[in-house]
Each structure stands twice: as C-alpha cells, then as structure tokens.
Design a protein around this ligand. Structure first.
Ligand code: NAP
Length: 267
C-alpha cells in the first residue's frame, strides 16, 4: 500500500528486527519517511528496500551501536539538526533472564547503557527540537517488567521501570507543549529478544506470547486513543487506572515533617 500523506520523518532505534522493524513498516504505511537505526547494516538495508518498495516512502539507514557513547552522540546530532523528524521511537533494547547471582555485572552495565542512557540522551536531543516546533511524538518501548520486576533479570526490570517513570515525567513536562509521549509495556513478544536474553521464546507458555505484529498494531492504536501508557495485553484498562489511582492516593503522604508513628521515632 502506498500512501501520499506526509507525516514527517520517524527515527526508530533497534529497527533491524523484531518490534522496531514492525514499527518501521507501520509508520511508513501511515505516511512517515523513516530513519532506521541499529548495528546490523545488511538487515537495515533489506528492510529499507522492502519498505520503500511497498510504500514509496523515503527510508534512510544509519548504523550505530547505541551502547557506544560516540555513536549515541551521532544520533543525538541528527535529532537536533534534522527538522523533518517528528517522531522518535526509542525501541532498541536488550534483556536478560538470569538472576543477579549468576549475572555478569559488566553485561548489566551494558544493558543500562542501551536501555537507559541511550534512550535518555536521544530523548534529551529530540524533546527541545519538538517543543520548538510545537509538535512531535516520543514513543518509548518499556516492558511489563517495569511493574513486575520479579519476572526476569532485575536490572532489566529496573531499566524498564526507568523508561516508564521517565515517560510519565515527560508527559507531565511536555504534554502542554505539543509533544505526545507514550510508554508501551509489551508482555512476552515473539522476537529474537528471547534468544539474546538466554531463554528461547518456545519455552514460554504460548498463551502468554503475542506476535510482534499484534503488539505494534495495538500500541499504535493506543497512541491514536491518546494513551500515555499502553499495556497491549491488559484486557481491562480499569486495572491500570486503579494502579495510577493508588499511586496518586499516596501523594499527599509521601513527604512529611515526621516519620510515621509505626517507626516509634517520637520527638
Ligand atoms: N520481545 C519481548 O518479549 C519484549 C517484551 C517487552 C519489551 N521488549 C522490548 O522491545 C524492544 C525491542 O525488542 P525486540 O523484542 O524487538 O527484540 P529484538 O528483535 O532483539 O530487537 C532488538 C533491536 O535492538 C537493536 N539493538 C540491540 N543492541 C543494540 C545496540 N547496542 N545499538 C543499537 N541497536 C541495538 C537490534 O539491532 P542490531 O542487533 O542490528 O543492533 C534490534 O534491532 C526492546 O527495548 C525490548 O526490551 C521486548
């Protein structure tokens, strides 16, 4: 399908496979030109060719290792200087299934650099440019482990909790300035993520595994509905609203001049 709407350029990280490659396809069909970022050049080239043949959109590829500071800086510069970019999809990420006692801390740090540091720096590059233009969309791919960190590796869960909290803060700061933000919390999704994380997806109960196509289509439907947090699997969004209401209810008591009575610190 070829579309003639021009929706601006979407820069998608981790676009060479899985969820990012599907975002690339869907956003091109929605009328976006694309800048696809990942390490694997031949995969990016093949995807770019297919998408531009299918949709007629312009698709540029930029190879970068977002675990490397210099490469992240190159993408930041692109986000600052290319005024056609209207959408940033912070999707590149890696996970792990191993518990702390058998995990290599250097690998944990590398995960934080990709899942947290690169995402943060790219957002810091895009947000001021979007605010200056009065429009833009930032989609951050978190995970359900953001609210269920006991499921997989704890650093992975912590990194995705960061993405969720950071997105909530972005919404608070940027919504009034014309910038749309969304955190997407996929559950288990059938991609290469699981091989890299050391737990083949075939070993999971298939009733909890979603296809990448369904995941991205639901996430984009959530964006269209104006959701800030999208949990594609969650049947009843009242459950998420209840969590948010519980969080809001804590608000007035989270900071006080006295410790709670149960601690017995009487003055
Ligand atoms: N699959 C799931 O069950 C699941 C569930 C919840 C959340 N997620 C999140 O979804 C996002 C996408 O994962 P996926 O499931 O689509 O897995 P995937 O198929 O393994 O895709 C990961 C993408 O990130 C890129 N990437 C990895 N390391 C990179 C680096 N150092 N620099 C630049 N790009 C890098 C990979 O490309 P190159 O190798 O070419 O660099 C690839 O395009 C991740 O943030 C993941 O945490 C996945």
């Amino acid at each position: 399908m070829t579309t003639h709407i021009h929706a601006g350029t979407a820069l998608i990280t981790g676009a060479s496979s899985g969820i990012g490659a599907i975002y690339a396809d869907r956003l091109a069909r929605r009328g976006h030109d694309l800048i696809l970022v990942a390490r694997n050049r031949s995969r990016l080239e093949a995807l770019a060719r297919r998408i531009s043949d299918d949709t007629g959109r312009s698709v540029e590829i930029v190879t970068a290792d977002l675990g490397q500071a210099a490469d992240v800086r190159r993408i930041e510069a692109l986000l600052r200087s290319d005024a056609s970019i209207t959408t940033l999809v912070n999707n590149a990420g890696i996970g792990a299934a191993a518990p702390l006692l058998v995990s290599d801390v250097d690998k944990m740090q590398a995960m934080i650099e990709l899942n947290v540091t690169a995402l943060t720096r790219l957002t810091y590059a895009a947000a001021p440019a979007f605010v200056a233009r009065g429009e833009g969309t930032i989609i951050n791919i978190a995970s359900i482990v953001a609210v269920a960190p006991e499921i997989l590796n704890g650093v992975y869960g912590g990194s995705k909790a960061f993405v969720l909290a950071f997105t909530q803060s972005l919404q608070h700061e940027l919504a009034g300035k014309g910038v749309r933000v969304q955190a997407v919390l996929p559950g288990a999704t059938r991609t290469e993520f699981w091989d890299i994380a050391g737990q083949p997806v075939e070993n999971l109960p298939q009733a909890i595994v979603m296809s990448g196509d369904d995941l991205v289509d639901a996430a984009l439907a959530g964006l269209d509905l104006g959701e800030v947090i999208t949990v594609p699997s969650l049947p009843d969004d009242a459950d998420w609203k209840a969590l948010e209401a519980a969080r809001a209810a804590l608000g007035p008591n989270l900071s006080r001049d006295q410790p709670a009575a149960r601690y017995g610190v009487a003055r």
